[in-house]
Design a protein around this ligand. Sequence first.
Ligand SMILES: C[S@@+](CC[C@H](N)C(=O)[O-])C[C@H]1O[C@@H](n2cnc3c(N)ncnc32)[C@H](O)[C@@H]1O
Length: 319
Amino acid sequence: MERSALPRLDVDADEIRRRLLPHCRLKKGETWRDSVNGHVVACGDAADSESIANLFSTKRATLAIQDPPYNLVMFEKQSVDEYTRWCRQWVDNTYSVLSDDSSLYVWLGADQNDDFQPLPQFMLMMAGTPFEARSFISVRNQRGYGTQKNWMAVRQELLYYTKGNPAFEVQYTDIPKILRGYYKEVNGAVTENLERGKSPNIRPGNIWVDIQQVFYRMEENVNGCYGQKALKAIERIVEASSKKGDLVADFFAHSGTTLLACERTGRKCITLDIDPIFTEITIRRLEHFRATGKTGWQAGNPFQKELAGKHRKAKTVGI
Ligand SMILES: C[S@@+](CC[C@H](N)C(=O)[O-])C[C@H]1O[C@@H](n2cnc3c(N)ncnc32)[C@H](O)[C@@H]1O
């Protein structure tokens, strides 16, 4: 594949955005319906209750996976109170499209340079909603950032909430159980922990150490997407908290990871993004997967064809 990266499409990307927009199928308020497996991609605002109600109509999801822009990467940084009020709007919208027994997962950062906002404010806000807090998961990145004077920052935070009493399917990692010495008598025989249990591998628990965050050498990488989550993490959530044929909601599609996870695991997905470029990338990622079996473009990009032949010009805008 021809290699050409896209710059981050949220900042300093006016020229490239102007060139990509005519190639986007959706404008704000429009919807793309997948004729193969029934997924839906919409261009809209997660906080707009009327659009969300129209989009879902009477359909109810078993699972929602929400990955909002964090306050520190919002296009215009808001006060944490404004940000939390905005979160409450899409949380309420999420509640209204979830079935009686369902799960909500939220990815949210804590800015260690700014009193860890907005995570604590978000958690307190959630305490005032009908959702029940279930788990606070940390995903350990393989690579981190930091200085010699602080602990390297390697964590991504993932909150798990429930509505009603949803099913939960225990998940396992590929990491073998290696610790011995936890003995227990079973039917008169002394057994050790490695002999008991349903799997020879450990469970991820609420600290996930086996997930590589996405970077440009990985097949699933989607250039131009600054907030892409690892497919392995999203598939783990989907398999733990939904069943084949269930509907999954994601109001912040971006690179379309939740949609792709649903396609690969036999779920249906309704997803939206406020930015037409990310809705187009989401649709193209699904089409690209169906055509090639590949989960992303690695060092290439979703608009390769449209940008081909414009390389000389393209260089001036950083692709
Ligand atoms: C952190 S990214 C989501 C990443 C996604 N989970 C993935 O793996 O690719 C956040 C996305 O939310 C979108 N967004 C921002 N404000 C929104 C809003 N009010 N409604 C819907 N989408 C919004 C942004 O355009 C961006 O694509």
